[in-house]
Ligand binder design. Structure first.
Ligand code: PGA
Length: 253
């Protein structure tokens, strides 16, 4: 089953619009062999969760875009993974490059968040990927290895098997051009190689790897024959209901 994760980032700016987009998703998404996970801003999670609970057909699941590295206490402005779980949230994006680069989130912080999310029973979606400068210097493998090794430090085999990996080359996020399919394939294989070294072949083989970076309804089809991939993390196109519904339909074929 393919997974399509919508990362709304800090959009839209009103709850009214958030509900409209969500309703358009509910009307448009019919395919059950695609798992659709919507990650809206924290503030919209409560009412979207209430809405989902009332529906018989669970064609959409909720995810958060981040969580705290502790379950409660004096952490002003933070959101506990327990609070997310209490709302029925199932997934959490961690280590997104915007948080790594703009908010200076380190691999050590991401590692703590991963552990806390796993302890709570949330399924983490760990984002990894290189900058254009790192790519041009041929350092992509090293970057992925470093982010995976540090991010998963001290995480057991059992817990590692629950983590979803989103390969998101930073230079392909929010652009017109996505990363060429054959390059995504190579990096997905790199991720499996790193996981083999860190854990074992079984974990590496069964790991779910998503690609993110300028996916839309016009290019998603190109990636579907890439058997190294199990789904997509969609940013910009995920707040365009028509485009997103199309992506889900194409990916569900
Ligand atoms: P994009 O964002 O689809 O707008 O490139 C992807 C992401 O940042 O997760």
């Amino acid at each position: 089953m393919r997974l399509i994760v919508a990362n709304w980032k800090m959009n839209p700016i009103s709850s009214k619009r958030a509900l409209e987009i969500f309703n358009q998703f509910l009307r448009g998404i019919t395919i059950s062999h695609t798992e659709v996970i919507i990650c809206p801003p924290f503030l919209y999670l409560p009412f979207l969760s209430t809405k989902l609970k009332k529906l018989k057909e669970k064609k959409i699941k909720l995810g958060a875009q981040d969580c705290a590295f502790a379950e409660k206490g004096a952490f002003t402005g933070e959101i506990s993974p327990l609070m997310l779980k209490d709302l029925g949230v199932k997934f959490v994006i961690l280590g997104h490059s915007e948080r790594r680069m703009i908010l200076k989130e380190t691999d050590e912080i991401i590692n703590k968040k991963l552990k806390e999310a796993l302890k709570t029973g949330l399924q983490p979606i760990l984002c990894i990927g290189e900058t254009i400068a790192e790519r041009e210097k041929g350092k992509t493998f090293l970057v992925l290895e470093n982010e995976i090794k540090k991010g998963l430090k001290g995480i057991s085999r059992r817990d590692a098997a629950k983590i979803l990996f989103a390969y998101e080359p930073i230079w392909a996020i929010g652009k017109r051009d996505s990363c060429p399919v054959h390059e995504v394939m190579i990096e997905a294989l790199s991720i499996r190689k790193i996981l083999t070294g860190l854990y074992n072949k079984k974990i590496a083989k069964s790991a779910k790897i998503l690609y993110g970076g300028s996916i839309d309804s016009t290019n998603v089809n190109d990636y579907l024959h890439n058997f190294a991939l199990q789904g997509f993390l969609v940013g910009g196109s995920s707040i365009e209901p028509k485009d997103f519904v199309k992506i889900v339909k194409i990916a569900g074929k």
